[in-house]
Design a protein around this ligand. Structure first.
Ligand code: UGA
Length: 467
């Protein structure tokens, strides 16, 4: 089939490469010329395992290309996937659907033959039916230009696998013809046994935001239990393990720590809240506000723990921040809990050196006031406190004895509960976490007695650029 993918961010670039891998002829279009130039060379414009190989393969096979206008896209494709960002609207909880609307406005006037426009972007329920009407109004092909909604559930870091081996495919359609086209697009996956669920536009839209809201709720639940564990002297890691053996609960999404961030979970949670208010059912989802609050409190709690370990004030304390990405296996720093904590520590007067194995460049752009360093050694040299903020494997492999010889004080906050604590404690480190007993070493908080009062404004980032 001839397919276009409009928008080549984390979603679109991966989708384009994966559609070519399935054997389709794919044209990727984006308003950012630099992005297109890199993709056309087969270069992944962000860190995503496996993507560069897929791009190279698709381009060499002559099935994948990038560039051109929406008019050229309309001439090329029979199916057009919309993969543009829907970031949080400034000053609001709602999602900004402007980019999606812009694609319909720009593409539709060029659609002269029967075609299927497929939304993959995450949008508030009710958006697609409005877009479908607009599409038929603007397209010379009128109602032969149809809209479907086919949400994407890929995770950054596993995006290629999640696209080629998804848990499920959701097709929000309004006709047999649209259903048939989507079944054809995904034929190899359906044949391989991937569940394909045909539904209406609204259910398809909701499938995505409610999945993300549920995942966020699960993470905040275990993080709220971490607070209970702290108060009771219990251990949230063991608790999560015990809970996870119940098949109805499961082990995934139960890693207590610094909480969720990224370009999706936080803004989708808020957008669903905003939409539920508009629909008059705000009361039903009010608990999602608490999910968001619990999540932001994780960041505050780590800053408070650092302050406590610094003896009451963070002024002039040297801090090593290990991790800047919002999670491992990505270079994405949008609404990153790690960067939010590092920034809050900096605002409280600490000297903060940030390291991340992949997200360094993006971290420099997002938080230029912080000191960004290229290796762990430069981050920890002379540090009073080391914070483990993103659970990269790289950090799990650190030799704590080696690190102990470089720092000024061997004090670790493992905000992700992911390092081998026994090993670190054996090497003389004081290890503190959220939700697990803070035994070990008992390093005296030796610093200043004055309580700093830093701004918490950076702890919850409200607006992120789309991607
Ligand atoms: C999320 C969803 O998992 C995808 O299904 C969805 O397609 C995607 O958003 C999207 O809307 O595009 P992603 O943002 O890549 O994917 O990240 P996750 O792996 O879900 O992690 C989100 C955040 O939760 C990260 O900050 C991570 O550190 C945190 N997390 C995750 C925890 O704190 N604990 C956990 O147990 C799991």
């Amino acid at each position: 089939m001839k397919i276009t993918v409009i928008g080549t961010g984390y979603l679109g670039a991966v989708h384009a490469a994966c559609m070519a891998e399935l054997g389709h002829h794919v044209l990727g279009v984006d308003s950012r010329p630099d992005r297109i130039a890199r993709l056309a060379w087969g270069e992944a414009p962000f860190y995503e395992p496996g993507l560069a190989e897929l791009l190279t393969r698709g381009i060499s096979a002559g099935r994948l290309s990038f560039g051109g206008s929406l008019a050229e896209a309309a001439a090329f494709g029979d199916v057009h996937f919309i993969c543009v960002g829907t970031p949080q609207l400034p000053g609001s909880l709602a999602a900004d659907t402007g980019h999606v609307e812009g694609v319909i406005e720009g593409l539709a006037p060029h659609l002269t033959r029967a075609t299927l426009v497929v939304g993959k972007s995450t949008v508030p329920v009710g958006t697609a039916s409005g877009l479908a009407r607009r599409l038929a109004e603007l397209a010379p092909a009128a109602t032969a230009a149809e809209l479907a909604w086919n949400p994407e559930f890929l995770r950054e870091g596993y995006a290629v696998r999640d696209t080629l081996e998804p848990d499920r495919l959701v097709a929000g359609v309004t006709s047999e013809a649209a259903d048939a086209v989507l079944r054809q697009v995904y034929a190899p996956l359906i044949e391989a046994g991937t569940p394909y669920i045909r539904t209406d536009l609204g259910t398809a839209e909701l499938a995505k935001v409610s999945a993300n809201a549920f995942l966020a709720t699960k993470i905040s639940f275990i993080n709220a239990m971490a607070d209970v564990c702290d108060a009771a002297g219990a251990d949230v890691v063991t608790l999560a393990e015990v809970l996870g053996y119940d098949a109805r609960i499961g082990h995934k999404g139960m890693a207590a720590g610094l909480g969720f961030g990224g370009g999706c979970l936080p803004k989708d949670l808020r957008a669903l809240l905003a939409r539920s208010e508009e629909l008059g059912v705000g009361d039903s989802l009010r608990f999602l506000h608490e999910v968001d609050v619990v999540n932001t409190r994780r960041r505050e709690a780590v800053v408070e723990l650092a302050r406590e370990l610094a003896g009451g004030s963070l002024a002039s304390v040297s801090v090593a921040a290990l991790g800047a990405a919002f999670k491992p296996e990505t270079d994405d720093v949008r609404d990153s809990p790690a960067l939010a904590v590092a920034t809050a520590l900096h605002e409280a007067g600490a000297r903060v050196r940030v390291h991340d194995p992949k997200a360094g460049d993006n971290a420099i752009q997002a938080a230029p006031a912080l000191e960004h360093v290229p290796d762990v050694e430069s981050a920890v040299e002379g540090a009073d406190i080391v914070l483990h903020l993103t659970e990269w494997r790289h950090y799990q492999e650190i030799d704590p004895a080696w690190l102990g010889a470089i720092v000024r004080r061997p004090v670790l906050i493992d905000a992700r509960n992911a390092l081998p604590h026994a090993r670190w404690r054996e090497a003389g480190w004081t290890v503190r976490c959220l939700g697990t007993p803070g035994a070990g070493g008992g390093a005296a908080p030796v610093r200043h007695a004055t309580q700093g009062a830093e701004s918490q404004s950076m702890l919850s980032q409200q607006h992120q650029p789309g991607g």
